[in-house]
Design a binder for this molecule. Structure first.
Ligand code: PLP
Length: 389
């Protein structure tokens, strides 16, 4: 019965911005709350939608597909990864879903047993806690953040793993910090999990949540996690890379190397069914297949990052420079980041407190917004910072 009583803080701030926009005008609101990509989807997305509508029989285009998705779409997902990461996936490794949210819920449902614990290194996407505690009624174990780099605090991670640990959930490029895990981080994580599997005599899965995989800057290459750790689920979505979060399309990838692959993949299919997620949207399966290797214009996000980062540093903020995604996670200018966000609200500057991300003392700034809004907001950040000098 408690369901729905506690709303998402991010969504609440976003709704507050909408309410204020009606009073003072949209142009006077500096809304950095939501991760809704502002860069348009590549024109190939629109072209493919038009082509499908013009050429496909409606009863096929809008009809049910097989539960894990169309075979050739799943093969296109495999081909896209194989060509970019040198992997050898097959269509049988993919289950198409309605975005990363469904991918993660399905994965949790596929593996969770009563009494299991899921470990999440902070800072983390707040919905993880919601899904772990409600979709599968398990315990969410938070690993405190390494705020100097936003890589993983491995000493803290090792202390968080025990015989009840079913999986660790990682997210790189990260929401909210923008950190991208280095190869060294992924290797160390893999060796800790391998040691834990040996010690406890059961798989300790890695759930790699990767909706921002392609959004990286300065030529950085994201290590592809299945190459480092065999018991990895990849939860992906085209929400961010192709700027189509409203179309709800993604996948769960279960590699062949996964222990008991056949059983695990069957459990993913069963979980999709139990949660009512069979048959991801038919038209957008096709669009995703046609555009799987493309991205929206990442250069715009990089420009926004540079502008915002330089402006914040000049105003006296301290911040780990993001290498990917489209979030910045500076330290608040007072210990209580919620009080800081309330103060920012006086200027209609809408920031998200870090507490729900497991990282108090910080605030999230979502910069997938018009560059022009960042330009207008910088003097406002400066005014806010001045209050603390
Ligand atoms: N995981 C992370 C880290 C996210 O930031 C988001 C959305 O913002 C999701 C999962 C959910 O993605 P989707 O909209 O594809 O369900």
């Amino acid at each position: 019965m408690g369901l729905g009583k506690k709303r998402s803080t991010i969504r609440e701030i976003f709704e507050y911005g909408n309410m204020r926009a009606k009073i003072v005008g949209r142009e006077n609101i500096y809304d950095f709350s939501l991760g809704n990509p502002n860069v348009p989807a590549p024109s190939a997305v629109t072209d493919e939608i038009n082509r499908l509508v013009a050429t496909e029989a409606p009863e096929v285009l809008h009809g049910y597909t097989s539960a894990p998705g169309l075979d050739w779409v799943r093969q296109a997902m495999a081909d896209s990864l194989n060509s970019r990461f040198g992997t050898a996936f097959r269509k049988e490794n993919f289950y198409m879903t309605v975005g990363a949210a469904a991918s993660i819920c399905i994965t949790l449902k596929a593996i969770a047993c009563p009494g299991d614990e899921f470990v999440v290194p902070a800072p983390f996407f707040p919905e993880y806690r919601c899904w772990i505690e409600n979709t599968v009624n398990c315990k969410c174990v938070v690993v405190p953040p390494d705020i100097t780099s936003f890589q993983i605090d491995f000493d803290a991670l090792e202390k968080s793993i025990n015989e009840h640990t079913k999986a660790v959930i990682i997210n790189s490029p990260n929401n909210p910090s923008g950190a991208v895990y280095s190869e060294e981080t992924v290797k160390r994580l893999s060796s800790i999990l391998t040691a834990a599997e040996k010690k406890y005599g059961h798989p300790v899965f890695l759930i790699s949540d990767e909706p921002y995989r392609e959004i990286v800057y300065d030529g950085f290459k994201t290590p592809f996690v299945t190459k480092y750790y065999k018991n990895t689920f990849v939860c992906y979505s085209f929400s961010k890379s192709l700027s189509m979060p409203g179309e709800r399309i993604g996948y769960v990838l279960v590699p062949d190397e996964m222990q008991d692959f056949e059983d695990v993949f069957a459990a993913v299919c069963g979980a999709g069914r139990i949660l009512g997620f069979v048959n991801a949207p038919s038209m957008f399966q096709r669009v995703a297949a046609a555009c799987a290797t493309m991205t929206s214009d990442i250069g715009i996000y990089q420009k926004n990052r540079d502008l915002l980062y330089d402006g914040l540093i000049a105003a006296g903020f301290s911040c780990v420079k993001p290498k990917g995604a489209f979030y910045m996670f500076p330290k608040a200018l007072e210990a209580d980041e919620t009080a800081f966000c309330e103060r920012a609200k006086k200027y209609d500057l809408l920031l998200v407190p870090g507490g729900d991300f497991g990282c108090p003392g910080h605030v999230r700034i979502s910069y997938c917004v018009k560059t022009e809004m960042i330009e207008r907001a910088l003097p406002v950040f400066e005014k806010l910072a001045k209050e603390y000098r």
